[in-house]
Design a protein around this ligand. Structure first.
Ligand SMILES: [Zn+2]
Length: 465
């Protein structure tokens, strides 16, 4: 029985749905800059959620929006004197390239906000009619949080403590300083759409409420996003949708932990953002996926490059075992017994709030079993290999032919071949003069990077695993 940690009640809960088709909504990117590793983590995780839900028999209606109008986009457009549409177009192109390389399944729909302005206006109108919103003196339409009974319960906020949140001029025109904008009156030179309240554009939060109501209708089973969206974005989305429908709209809220860089928050001002396209130049996409899934999705992921090197070695171990047994030839053999695998343990682990690190360690237990049985029970070995591949595929890895992956070996070495050869020469020199400690330090340094040394008489060879 699948259990999901529901941010709404701050606890793990049994996942219940009335339908065999799950409505999943994940907040997508704001299209103003290249995607970074934080985006990669969130969307890779939900990609695994979709693959797993399908594996256990559900159909999934997966919606991920794209914010194509927003302050950040407008500011960049004014600063760089480029039409905002060009910025959006370029960013979406870059995102598509990254996500395709990372082998993410395409969402069923990927709606743009500006394609749904009419529906957004309708939703705001309805909130106004029901008195959940008001037109303020500066021309904006604001949501009134005092009218929303459970405002604050998703992010577990003590509202009095966050009163100082985002103080700016617009606060002057709000009944409660936590009220948020549904429709923003446009300033001179800003893109705008016509509405009953004059020229303007939608606020950030209303777009997700409107888009999910278009594509998921009256019920959203799971709503996900990065933990940074919990407040105010998801709290406000929840307020709008619940008030619009007069009932709880989302059943399970899921949040993916943030990515830290050397224990610091990733931010433009610290200049420590790691772009996906930079990472993809250095590491195979499956290695990046392995690395991201090696930490439980709810915990923060502290980015350390050496862990990517460990993930590289781990992926080589997985592919090496598959390449050893001519697994891909066997797949062509239509043998039902071969496919008759037991996935009980795998399901148990995944059902426990998608515990991917535990799944990865289970995969290495299978590798161990294969190695033990390799020379004695070929049939069992084939069966285990098929299981390994099936589980890997649900995590979005092990899609290559192992021989092709292993050939790429030196592309992803964490250190150049010249540097390895140089270190080996220095070590040989140290050994010649009996400087064992120095020789050992070099051996350990290389081993940390996944480079293993083999001494044979006076010759040292190396291999990467
Ligand atoms: Zn959203």
């Amino acid at each position: 029985m699948l259990k999901i940690f529901n941010s709404l009640n701050n606890q793990e809960e049994v996942f219940l749905s009335n339908n065999k088709k799950i409505n999943l909504y994940v907040c997508g990117i704001t299209a103003y800059d290249h995607c970074h590793i934080g985006h990669g983590r969130t969307f890779i995780f939900f990609d695994v959620v979709v693959r797993y839900l399908k594996f256990i028999g559900y159909k999934v209606n997966y919606i991920r929006n794209i914010t194509d109008i927003d302050d950040k986009i407008i500011n960049k457009s004014l600063k760089e004197k480029i039409n905002y549409k060009k910025i959006v177009e370029k960013t979406i192109h870059s995102m598509n390239q990254d996500f395709k390389l990372l082998n993410m399944l395409k969402p069923d729909k990927e709606p743009l906000v500006t394609h749904h302005i009419n529906e957004i206006i309708c939703m705001i109108n309805s909130l106004l009619k029901k008195n959940f919103a008001y037109i303020s003196k500066n021309g904006d339409v604001n949501f009134s949080i005092n009218r929303c009974e459970h405002y604050g319960n998703l992010s577990n906020q003590i509202l009095s403590k966050i009163k100082s949140f985002k103080k700016n001029n617009r606060v002057l025109y709000k009944n409660n300083e936590l009220d948020f904008v549904l429709w923003k009156k446009s300033k001179l030179n800003e893109p705008f759409w016509l509405s009953p309240w004059g020229k303007g554009r939608p606020g950030w939060h209303i777009e997700c409420s409107a888009i999910s109501s278009i594509y998921l209708k009256k019920n959203c089973d799971i709503h996900g996003g990065g933990i940074d969206l919990l407040f105010p974005h998801h709290e406000n989305e929840k307020a709008q949708s619940d008030c619009f429908y007069g009932k709880k709209y989302v059943n399970y809220w899921m949040h993916v932990g943030s990515v830290l860089i050397n224990n610091q928050k990733m931010s433009k001002s610290l200049n420590n953002t790691i772009r996906l396209n930079t990472l993809l130049q250095k590491y195979d996409p499956e290695i990046i996926r392995f690395y991201i899934l090696s930490q439980h999705y709810r915990k923060p992921l502290n980015y350390v490059e050496s862990k990517l090197n460990q993930a590289t070695s781990a992926m080589y171990r997985l592919y090496t075992v598959l390449s050893d047994i001519n697994f891909y030839e066997t797949l062509n053999v239509c043998n039902k017994d071969l496919q008759n695998n037991d996935y009980t343990l795998f399901k148990k682990i995944m059902d426990s709030d998608f515990n991917t690190p535990h799944v990865l360690s289970m995969m290495f237990k299978i590798v161990k079993q294969i190695n033990i049985l390799k020379s004695t029970n070929k049939f069992k070995v084939y069966q285990l290999a098929l299981k390994l591949k099936t589980i890997g595929n649900i995590l979005g890895i092990l899609f290559y032919n192992p021989h092709i992956f292993l050939k790429k070996k030196y592309l992803y070495l964490p250190i150049s071949i010249q540097k390895i050869e140089l270190l080996i020469t220095i070590r040989q020199h140290a050994r010649l003069y009996k400087k064992w400690k120095k020789a050992d330090v070099i051996r350990k340094k290389l081993k940390f990077l996944g480079i293993n040394l083999k001494d044979n008489n006076n010759c040292t060879s190396w291999y990467y695993l």
